[in-house]
Design a protein. Structure first.
Length: 120
């Protein structure tokens, strides 16, 4: 799913003189996981790779870490790029891991970008 106009990001980066990943008005894309084996986040073994967030020349892998052994189940989001890692606090609290995953999938790519931008 893509969000935003059809203008190429290379044109926009020259006009705005802002370096990615925080360009305004650039397409945002959340690419669902297409691999059969899950990609793991080494520092957080319970985190699952749920997709990639891309805008301009920058991309972030998006992971959801859960604590299924605890009731209620808590979750937090990790954003990983080749240059940096960003993590939220435990922002999801649901009665089951399935409900927590459903709640995460309610977020659009634009909302995930805003969440990422709030972590800098």
């Amino acid at each position: 799913m893509s969000v935003g106009g059809g203008t190429s990001s290379s044109k926009l980066s020259g006009v705005f003189r802002v370096s990615p990943p925080f360009l305004q008005g650039v397409r945002a894309l959340l690419i669902p996981v297409m691999t059969s084996s899950p990609l793991e986040l080494p520092d957080h073994p319970g985190a699952r790779h749920l997709g990639d967030l891309a805008r301009g020349g920058t991309s972030w892998r998006v992971y959801l870490e859960t604590s299924p052994a605890e009731q209620p189940v808590r979750g937090r989001v990790h954003f990983v790029s080749s240059e940096a890692n960003r993590s939220t606090g435990w922002i999801f609290v649901e009665w089951s891991e399935q409900e927590l995953l459903r709640r995460f999938h309610d977020f659009s790519a634009v909302e995930l970008w805003k969440l990422l931008e709030s972590l800098t």
